[in-house]
Ligand binder design. Structure first.
Ligand code: FES
Length: 124
């Protein structure tokens, strides 16, 4: 039976780091990336977190980075060798799930500090 290998970025661990985990699943061509994440969670690794809502490409709650591009996981067909990552490590909750709401005050302050660091220095 033909198999597919899918790489999913997992984490964060207790040290805050993420890591790549390869999953070998049955040949699920024709299924969406969301369906495969659901398959992995149900049959291979129950600890895998993913987010899914409308399943029709309308809400964008399922957006993940697929092979380096942000895509709606529920409407992209799975391909052998795909790499699935969270869209934003700074807003990472777990695995491919990121914070979707308004940032908290402390998250906002962290974001503002990042922006100030990146801003060009002003000359006097
Ligand atoms: S779950 Fe709504 S767009 Fe994918």
């Amino acid at each position: 039976m033909k198999k597919m290998r899918i790489t999913v970025v997992r984490g964060p661990g207790t040290d805050g780091a993420t890591w790549h985990r390869d999953y070998v699943v049955p040949d699920l061509r024709g299924a969406s990336v969301s369906n495969v994440l659901q398959y992995i969670s149900r049959h291979v690794d129950g600890d895998l977190a993913y987010y899914l809502s409308c399943r029709r490409g309308m809400c964008a709650a399922c957006v993940v980075r697929i092979n380096g591009r942000n895509e709606k996981a529920c409407v992209v067909e799975i391909q052998d060798g795909m790499i699935i990552e969270p869209t934003n490590l700074r807003l990472l909750i777990k695995d491919s799930v990121v914070h979707l709401g308004m940032p908290t005050e402390s998250e906002f302050d962290i974001g503002r500090a990042d922006l100030l660091k990146r801003a060009p220095a002003q000359s006097s």
